[in-house]
Write a protein that binds this ligand. Structure first.
Ligand SMILES: [Zn+2]
Length: 676
């Protein structure tokens, strides 16, 4: 039994985790974590979470801390047990999930070996870049980095064609920035300037660790930053990227050659099994023009420094203490305010999940995801679907044409619960117990092979984009599917022992949230078959845009510790929260039809427990750096506003707690946002 690290201890007493199969609790809500001195109609988030938040400051190894982080941490502890056993078991059958994850975890945990090896396992890759003598060599080096999963600055993915989702094509995009957002390169405020300076400093330190002299390191770091700035200038903003039409530019590979003739697309195409006539999507053509300009104008030495930097930064946390410390200092420290590096086991659990998630997931679900959990969640999903269908059927503003199309889309949703029906094949991944970096390189090469093999083949409907232990969920507009990994189907999100009020308020609101993504600012542009095509009448679309703008305006208006959300950036997620909680509530009430009103438990009615379970999910503290970063880059609103912003719009909530017009938790009727 592993000892619990500090974060878990910080939580003890404030919140009880429930395990499936334990005796029925009186209530799995965190009653002790509430702040009953704060009236619920004043600030419901505080009422629901106040004492929990006071008792749970962000631990030094984190940038945010709250109930969902605690769930993820408790999950990592379960994964740690699995991985330690797998690593110790030297007789697991060759090629079995246990053998693979055990070897990888062992390689990751062997920090003495990583310290001793340092940069050495990456040396062949670094030499390859150093040997570049001309533009043709440069193309080859960029291709090689793509095969290692390092975007410098281009990356190819295999994606369904947005207008013909039955077809899988290559999708080219520009990434390759070291800061979190293209805007970070241009913002005028002091904090942004200091983050940019810290990035240059990090690049200098990385070059110094590679044995490059101080003056050269300085000069190269500045040149790398300058090159990234040129790329950033040609990229779309996060808000622009929310429009799927803005990212859709289907063409033949040979047309991309005309946009960026300075790059050897023929070589890239051969490696990716593409022909000059193969269909590709170019997400941001303007970016590829800038890429081409820089290929022609930026000196070869600067390009080589940039590629080396991108490579080393990508692998830094696996290159021994010195590199890992610099990586942490900038990526977690400067950007997010994290004080201490998490323990190695924790980082290795995360890395094993990233690299071999479905092998780890196989063992994880066998131990921690009982089949009755899957059945119960599926039942909730169907109840939520029925509730959303009622919303659509009774909406007063939808025309019959749009209504029918929306209901057909909802009917076509595919739910995926817990874990994939077919596990991913990792046989190409050569895990080397003696070298973490070599294992990572092999995993990246296997991923490249998997990606290129998908192009031109039928869509794999059984594929998952999150691993089973992940504490998260997603909606895929192209697959028109909602996906809930086993990791999120645990207390306090979901428990077989929790009452319906709590399950509907917690996991129900999450299921509803994912469903509503099918109808948010972005998802609403995709049809039931997953195609990017308009199924709205012009009038309905206008009314829909007004509703989306209402939500954007609401989130623009919040003062978040002196900062603001970008309403347009968070519209889709905020719509998901509002629509999701609305249908979860409707589904909860439907489940009570023909039954007596649920009893008052712990002084709370069923409806009150429903809303409390929802708001408690969003009990979370942030470091100021993390708060700012999220406001600038995260399409999700800050936790407190996910709770309060949503509830302010819901008369069902106001009734449950007796909130009146004029209370802060009540939006005036003329400003109330509603989706249907
Ligand atoms: Zn979402």
């Amino acid at each position: 039994m592993p000892s619990f690290p500090t974060p878990r201890l910080a939580l003890a007493g404030a919140f009880a985790f429930l395990l499936v199969g334990q005796p029925v609790p009186r209530s799995s809500l965190d009653l002790a974590g509430m702040d009953k001195s704060c009236p619920p109609c004043q600030d419901f988030h505080r009422y629901a979470n106040g004492r929990f938040l006071d008792a749970n400051p962000v631990p030094p190894q984190y940038s945010t801390w709250g109930r969902i982080e605690a769930m993820a941490q408790s999950n990592r502890e379960k994964l740690r047990v699995i991985l330690e056993q797998a690593a110790a078991n030297r007789s697991a059958p060759k090629g079995s999930p246990e053998e693979r994850i055990g070897a990888f975890y062992a390689a990751c945990m062997d920090t003495a070996r990583q310290d001793a090896l340092g940069l050495q396992p990456l040396a062949p890759e670094i030499k390859r870049i150093a040997a570049v003598r001309d533009r043709a060599g440069l193309s080859a080096a960029i291709l090689r980095l793509s095969q290692l999963g390092v975007s410098a600055p281009i990356l190819m993915a295999a994606r369904q064609d947005r207008k013909n989702p039955a077809e899988v094509i290559a999708d080219f995009d520009g990434l390759g920035l070291s800061l979190s957002d293209r805007d970070d390169y241009f913002r005028k405020d002091e904090r942004s300037a200091s983050v940019r300076a810290a990035l240059v400093d990090y690049i200098v330190r990385a070059f110094r660790l590679m044995g490059i002299d101080a003056a050269t390191s300085e000069a190269r770091a500045r040149a790398v930053f300058h090159l990234e700035t040129a790329f950033a200038g040609a990229m779309l903003t996060r808000v622009q990227l929310r429009d799927p039409y803005a990212r859709y530019h289907r063409m033949e590979l040979r047309a991309l050659e005309q946009i960026a003739p300075g790059f050897d697309w023929g070589r890239f195409g051969r490696a990716a099994r593409l022909k000059p006539g193969s269909a590709v999507n170019v997400a941001q053509p303007e970016f590829f023009k800038a890429f081409d300009r820089e290929l022609r104008n930026t000196p070869l030495d600067v390009w080589k420094a940039y590629l080396t930097w991108r490579l080393v930064d990508s692998f830094a946390s696996s290159l021994g203490k010195a590199f890992a410390a610099e990586h942490f200092r900038f990526r977690d420290g400067v950007l997010r305010g994290t004080r201490e590096m998490p323990p190695q086991w924790q980082r290795c659990v995360v890395q094993t999940d990233q690299v071999l998630g479905e092998a780890l997931g196989q063992v994880y679900v066998a131990r921690h995801f009982p089949p009755e959990g899957k059945r119960k969640v599926l039942e909730l999903v169907e109840n939520l679907r029925a509730a959303l269908d009622e919303e659509l059927a009774s909406s007063k503003w939808l025309s019959e044409t749009t209504r029918a199309a929306a209901r057909a889309k909802l009917k076509a949703f595919t739910p995926k619960i817990g874990y994939p029906e077919r596990w991913r094949d990792y046989s190409r991944v050569k895990v080397d117990r003696r070298s973490l970096v070599r294992s990572l390189i092999s995993a990246a090469e296997a991923e490249w092979a998997r990606t290129t093999a998908k192009i031109g083949r039928p869509v794999d409907r059984l594929e998952w984009r999150m691993s089973p232990p992940t504490v998260n969920a997603y909606y895929s507009p192209l697959g028109n599917e909602i996906v809930f990994p086993a990791g999120i189907l645990q207390p306090p999100m979901f428990s077989l022992d929790a009452g319906d009020a709590q399950n509907y308020g917690a996991i129900g609101s999450v299921i509803g949230h994912e469903m509503v993504h099918g109808f948010d600012d972005e998802g609403s542009k995709f049809s039931a078959s997953g195609a990017l095509e308009n199924w709205w009448t012009a009038g309905d679309r206008r009314k829909f845009e007004e509703r989306a703008a209402c939500v954007a305006g609401q989130f623009d208006s919040f003062d978040v510790d002196g900062l603001r959300h970008n309403g347009k950036l968070v519209t889709g997620e905020a719509m998901g929260d509002l629509g999701g909680l609305t249908i979860a509530y409707r589904a909860y009430r439907r489940s009570l039809r023909g039954k007596p009103e649920p009893p008052v438990v712990d002084g709370l009615t069923g409806d009150q427990r429903f809303f409390l379970a929802f708001a408690q999910l969003w009990g979370r503290n942030h470091r100021p750096e993390a708060l700012r970063l999220r406001l600038l880059t995260d399409p999700h609103p800050i936790a407190k506003y996910r709770a309060n912003g949503t509830l302010q719009n819901m008369p069902e909530f106001h009734r449950a707690f007796g909130c009146k017009r004029g209370d802060p938790m009540v939006r005036p009727p003329e400003q109330t946002c509603r989706l249907w």
